[in-house]
Ligand binder design. Structure first.
Ligand code: ATP
Length: 319
């Protein structure tokens, strides 16, 4: 194998640039040419390729987003779209591809392997919702962004003696809400993985009130319920107003944390090693603090589950 390609696909996450840098630098270390594909599978179909020299990834390790840009590409879901991609890969003499993205991107990667182009996935998404790995690139930064913002909200919640409901990202996975809620001492944490009772939320608020605690934070993962609706129901039950903050896309941006930079560097470099070892159809993962690899199919057969012992602990500590 003399030439490999790297692309970022799906939602961006902080640390993707550090992963691109690792793929490029480790590739050059092994004497490979590295091609950057712009805008994910869209660039693969359109032949939007750039040569990645060593200097092309300088000064990016600390930047959020992705210098290769990212996209969602409907055409790649069709055999015709994938044929165009393969013809471009052929023309450029590319022998292997590193796909940095989420599980949807990995399903696309599997098609490339089936068409004769070995692929290795690197999990990059803030949601931490990819089965088979304990952490994804970008999750740690997103949690830190959330807690910095909740700390600010806490200041005003405390000054005005109010209850704030903070909605965070996580349509299917409650990891961000769980980590941020525990780290921030939230009174209640609502995640898609656990049903919640309004009475329990109200009782927790009342308990705080009885010991003269007049402000509270409730963290809601977007997949667990609508923060405004929950606020309305609390008002109906208690007569007390709540304030709602939806953190939204600020959670996706920003300079990656040390953890995400290190994880991205290790995973990106490992992906190159795997391609050179003749591996394909695998995702790099971190499990029990060790960088490892797992077949895409094995990962897809597993179910992602956040550490629910944290949920129980947060509940005990918030009393
Ligand atoms: P995120 O976690 O941010 O949603 P993702 O990688 O899961 O990231 P998707 O939108 O699901 O994001 O997938 C990214 C792209 O991967 C899609 O736009 C499409 O081009 C490709 N893709 C996804 N699923 C498939 C599939 N089954 N077959 C072919 N290509 C796919």
């Amino acid at each position: 194998m003399e030439r490999i390609a790297v692309l970022t696909s799906g939602g961006d996450s902080p640390g993707m640039n550090a992963a691109i840098r690792a793929v490029v630098r480790k590739g050059h270390h092994h004497g490979l040419d590295v091609i950057g594909v712009q805008r994910g599978y869209t660039g693969l179909i359109q032949g939007d390729f750039i040569t990645m020299e060593l200097g092309s990834v300088g000064d990016i390790i600390h930047r959020g987003g992705t210098i290769l840009r990212s996209a969602r590409c409907e055409e790649f879901r069709t055999p015709e779209g994938r044929e165009k991609a393969v013809s471009n890969l052929q023309q450029h003499g590319i022998g292997g591809i590193v796909v940095i993205g989420g599980d949807g991107s990995f399903r696309g990667a599997q098609h490339l392997t089936a068409l004769g182009y070995p692929t290795i996935g690197v999990p990059g998404t803030i949601d931490n919702d990819i089965p088979g790995t304990d952490f994804t690139i970008g999750f740690d930064t997103a949690v830190n962004t959330v807690i910095q913002n909740i700390d600010r909200i806490r200041d005003t919640a405390s000054s005005h003696e109010r209850t704030y409901i903070v909605e965070v990202m996580g349509r299917d996975a409650g990891d961000i809400a769980l980590w941020a809620g525990l780290a921030d001492g939230a009174e209640s944490i609502l995640v898609p993985e656990a049903p919640y009772e309004l009475d329990d939320i109200v009782e927790r608020l009342a308990r705080g009130d009885r010991r003269d605690k007049k402000h509270s934070i409730i963290v809601v993962a977007e997949g667990a319920g609508n923060a405004f609706e929950i606020g309305k129901k609390i008002k109906e039950k208690t007569g007390e107003e709540t304030r709602v903050t939806v953190l939204g896309h600020i959670q996706r941006g920003g300079s990656p944390s040390a953890f995400d930079r290190v994880l991205a560097s290790q995973m990106g470099a490992n992906a190159v090693d795997l391609l050179l070892a003749g591996e394909h159809d695998k995702m790099v993962a971190i499990r029990n603090n060790e960088i490892t690899a797992i077949n895409f199919d094995t990962a897809f057969s597993m179910k992602h589950q956040p550490d629910m012992s944290m949920y129980d602990l947060a509940s005990i500590l918030a009393i």
